[in-house]
Design a protein around this ligand. Structure first.
Ligand SMILES: *[C@@H]1O[C@H](CO)[C@@H](O)[C@H](O)[C@H]1NC(C)=O
Ligand SMILES: *[C@@H]1O[C@H](CO)[C@@H](O)[C@H](O)[C@H]1NC(C)=O
Ligand SMILES: *[C@@H]1O[C@H](CO)[C@@H](O)[C@H](O)[C@H]1NC(C)=O
Length: 479
């Protein structure tokens, strides 16, 4: 194959397919050893996309289109979900991986050449290649820190203004709820989220207002999701107990009972109705903000415009702290909200953030910095929006078990390790929660979303700098 022997002209001639294979091989080489052959599903999807793009490109020479079609349509690319690749396809790809003896010698300089901005490396021996690798790493390292300083980190002043806005809203709600419903058993509300852990990135734009409900210990018990018919670890049912001795209405929260369980949806509705009666325009004008409830919203969310160009969304989150310390929040299951209507979501946020910080403190490490870079990348790249703080935090916690060097200098290495690890987890469709391995943090992603995320990250492996884009430039950029 043209691309494999490093002949650039030949690569062009076979209409991007050589390039596609080359690309897949070079990335596969990068991830092999992390997820090994298991990575082939997403790799194959990446090649298929490139192939589709190549044959649909208006500049494609027709002759080559034909040729390409013939050799590539056979394995039945199109059809069912790309993750459910047929056996033949996987075998074909594995065979190409193994039957290309020159590949390991030739594509590496090639991928380096691309990564270093196409510097000439004709006839590079291993020494030069090592040198280039070091240079590439250095430049990625520099770009990551530059990105961190200019795009990721939020100025302290901006954070302070946002925190003040959140606090003002919290105070208003507190006064309102106490006045309207003095008998509602609540603990003090408090603000929480990355804005308070110095882990928010890019812009100070969200906070959570935690609203802890008081439940009578003898009247309510929690049942882990894996012990229920729904079998969803990470979610819980809260069951009403002792109804025969303490009949309905013995507990204030009985009004939110559905089928014998405390319904987070029903609890949210109670607050939704209340908060809906608040005169936000009036309060906003006193506080000098524009405040409006966000509709529709799966939770109760207020949008607060606190400066002409700055908005903060405040999630109002009812919270249960069970006897064993388990925190449950009223945030519905994303995919099966109807079927899982009665399920409370376990929140690991506080514990996982604490663990990350503790690890950093032990070795003076930069895990939190790596997390912030990753969060910003996912926030700024639409194709990666579905990955959130919890998933990234846990991927870093899991990586910390294998990776000991979290120094300032190792940021680029660790960032790449993180991307590779995520591709591996996406390929498997499973990211275990570091604090509770039964919980799959990808369980609320559709198969298609998993593919999209995996594809984007897989493509970015050979040119990770592309992830650090702050403008509209879309990923992946592959010619
Ligand atoms: C219990 O409360 C519900 C709604 O809050 C009310 O409709 C019902 O009459 C009450 N039942 C008793 C026995 O107090
Ligand atoms: C993380 O993202 C998933 C998928 O987008 C979502 O369902 C889940 O609620 C998010 N988790 C948290 C803690 O926000
Ligand atoms: C950590 O990694 C960096 C960059 O790869 C390297 O320069 C440094 O020597 C390593 N430190 C330790 C203690 O291994």
């Amino acid at each position: 194959m043209a691309g494999v022997n490093g002949d650039r002209k030949g690569k062009k001639d076979d209409n991007g397919i050589g390039a596609a294979i080359d690309f897949m091989l070079s990335n596969a080489k990068l991830v092999l050893g992390v997820g090994g052959a298991a990575m082939l599903g997403i790799a194959t999807l990446a090649v298929k996309r490139m192939y589709d793009r190549a044959i649909s490109a208006p500049t494609s020479p027709t002759k080559m289109e034909q040729k390409g079609k013939q050799s590539w349509e056979e394995p039945a690319w199109v059809g069912s979900s790309p993750r459910v690749l047929n056996h033949d396809m996987k075998a074909t790809i594995s065979r190409s991986l193994q039957s290309l003896p020159t590949a390991s010698n030739s594509f590496e300089p090639d991928y380096l050449r691309r990564a270093v901005g196409r510097a000439a490396v004709k006839g590079s021996g291993p020494t030069q290649s090592d040198l280039l690798r070091a240079r590439m790493r250095l430049s990625l390292q520099e770009r990551l820190w530059d990105f961190y300083q200019h795009d990721v980190d939020i100025p302290a002043e901006e954070q302070a203004v946002a925190r003040k806005a959140a606090l003002d809203i919290c105070a208003e709600l507190r006064v309102f709820l106490h006045a309207k419903l003095p008998d509602m058993p609540l603990r003090e509300m408090y603000l929480s989220g990355s804005l308070y852990d110095d882990l928010q990135v890019v812009t100070a734009d969200h906070a959570q207002l935690m609203v802890p409900l008081i439940l009578e210990k003898n009247l309510w018990s929690s049942i882990p999701g894996e012990d229920t018919i729904m079998n969803v670890p990470g979610f819980w049912l809260v069951r009403r107990e002792n109804l025969e001795y303490f009949p309905r209405n013995s507990s204030y929260w009985d009004r939110c009972m559905v089928g014998g369980y405390l319904s987070p949806k029903s609890v949210l509705e109670v607050f939704d109705k209340l908060v809906g009666t608040i005169n936000w325009p009036a309060i906003g004008s006193v506080l000098d903000y524009v405040i409006r409830p966000v509709v529709p919203s799966e939770t109760l969310t207020l949008e607060v415009q606190y400066e002409t160009d700055r908005k903060l969304s405040v999630d109002f989150l009812p919270l249960l702290v069970m006897e064993d310390g388990t925190s449950l929040i009223a945030k519905p299951h994303r995919l099966a909200a109807e079927r899982h209507e009665n399920l409370w979501r376990q929140s690991f946020r506080v514990a996982e953030t604490a663990r990350l910080r503790a690890l950093d403190q032990e070795d003076g490490g930069y895990r939190c910095a790596c997390l912030k870079v990753a969060k910003a990348v996912c926030k700024l790249n639409p194709a990666l929006n579905r990955l959130n703080a919890s998933q990234l935090t846990n991927a870093i916690l899991l990586l910390s078990e294998k990776q000991a060097n979290w120094t300032h200098e190792a940021l680029a290495d660790n960032f790449l390790q993180l991307v590779k690890a995520l591709v591996g987890y996406l390929e498997a469709g499973r990211l275990p929660c570091a604090l509770s391995p039964r919980v799959n943090l990808f369980c609320e992603l559709t198969e298609q979303e998993v593919d999209e995320l995996g594809y984007t990250l897989y493509c970015a492996l050979s040119e990770p700098e592309l992830l650090l884009v702050t403008g509209e430039t879309q990923l992946p950029h592959l010619s």
